[in-house]
Design a protein around this ligand. Structure first.
Ligand SMILES: C[S@@+](CC[C@H](N)C(=O)[O-])C[C@H]1O[C@@H](n2cnc3c(N)ncnc32)[C@H](O)[C@@H]1O
Length: 312
């Protein structure tokens, strides 16, 4: 189960790995994989073979070794990690955009959220955790196979109870009438989101919030024009995330360091900070911007439904 029924506790610290669980096999932040644990199976990577049977019964978060001394970490499939390992059947939303979506849509446990399209289910997974244990996410995609695969993923990750996946052309038909005036927030990641916005407005409760993600500014312009008919406080954001790599170097007795430290120092000296240790040695912490920092992903446009008493 990806979500604890007790929201005050993190499931990863409660659970031991069982046969049939999904674990994230983590080598480092840019190298990890989701694996379904099966008693008789082996996981193979560049460090050798790891028997699944050695993992069963260990707590999530364990560092496990193989016969050759190679090791991996077995992590719990949180939405943050799932987003990094899922099968990309479409473009997906990543952590920076997801964080702003959850925050600005004011999603808390108990909320009812409508989403379209489902895509690879990257955002849906985080929405589900945010609304659990008493809320629900209804997600719609017009692509039948994609919807089925997303549903399989949600069930495998223990999220099936919080998410309903339906096949529907939301741009053409809008959201189903059963949600009229009943949802807290709507999220759109569609090629022509403005077509779904009038329907989204009818689904929202008074004061409800909509968010639309679009990669191109022309889509944003058109969306904003449409939103102004039913919504107030229309705002667009672009989230640019800069990540840093943190490395440690060890310095010898000389003030300017031994060869290893020098090598690190020469790379990007401007962002190093030094921690002096007792005795003649000291360690460095080198903090450097990652070379492959992600740039533009898309624009997030938020707006709040104009309540009837505010309408002129
Ligand atoms: C970019 S993907 C969404 C990715 C998703 N936000 C994620 O984080 O994984 C866009 C999805 O919208 C779906 N879509 C496109 N037009 C649609 C329509 N008219 N109605 C419903 N879904 C549609 C596509 O099939 C596709 O799966």
């Amino acid at each position: 189960m990806m979500i604890s029924s007790d929201p005050s506790r993190r499931n990863s610290f409660q659970r031991r790995i069982e046969d049939g669980d999904i674990v994230i096999v983590y080598e480092r932040h840019d190298s990890m994989k989701s694996v379904k644990v099966k008693g008789g199976s082996c996981f193979q990577n560049r460090y050798g073979a790891f028997k699944h049977s050695d993992w069963i019964g260990k707590p999530f978060g364990s560092k496990v070794f193989n016969r050759k001394g190679g090791f991996v970490h077995l992590l719990f499939p949180t939405p943050e990690l799932w987003t990094l390992v899922l099968s990309h059947r479409t473009q997906i939303l990543y952590l920076a955009d997801i964080s702003l979506v959850i925050f600005y849509l004011e999603i808390v446990p108990g909320c009812v959220v409508l989403e379209s399209g489902t895509g690879s289910g990257s955002l849906t997974t985080s929405l589900a955790r945010a609304v659990a244990p008493s809320g629900h996410v209804y997600t719609f995609d017009f692509h039948e196979q994609r919807s089925a695969l997303a549903r399989d993923d949600f069930n495998t990750n223990g999220l099936g109870g919080y998410i309903t996946v339906s096949v529907r052309d939301v741009q053409g038909e809008g959201f189903p009438d059963e949600f009229l005036g009943a949802v807290d927030s709507v999220f759109l990641d569609l090629p022509q989101p403005w077509l779904a916005m009038p329907s989204a407005a009818r689904m929202l409760k008074q004061d409800g919030i909509i968010c639309s993600f679009s990669p191109c500014i022309e889509q944003v312009q058109r969306s904003c024009e449409t939103l102004r008919q039913n919504f107030s406080d229309v705002r667009t954001f672009e989230v640019l995330l800069r990540t840093y790599e943190i490395r440690e170097g060890r310095r010898g007795a000389k003030r300017n360091g031994g060869p290893a430290a020098q090598k690190l120092n020469n790379k990007r000296p401007q962002l190093s900070s030094e921690i002096e240790c007792e005795g003649e040695e000291s360690t460095y912490v080198m903090i450097t911007p990652c070379s492959e920092t992600r740039g533009h992903t898309g624009y997030l446009t938020f707006a709040r439904l104009i309540s009837e008493c505010n309408q002129v």
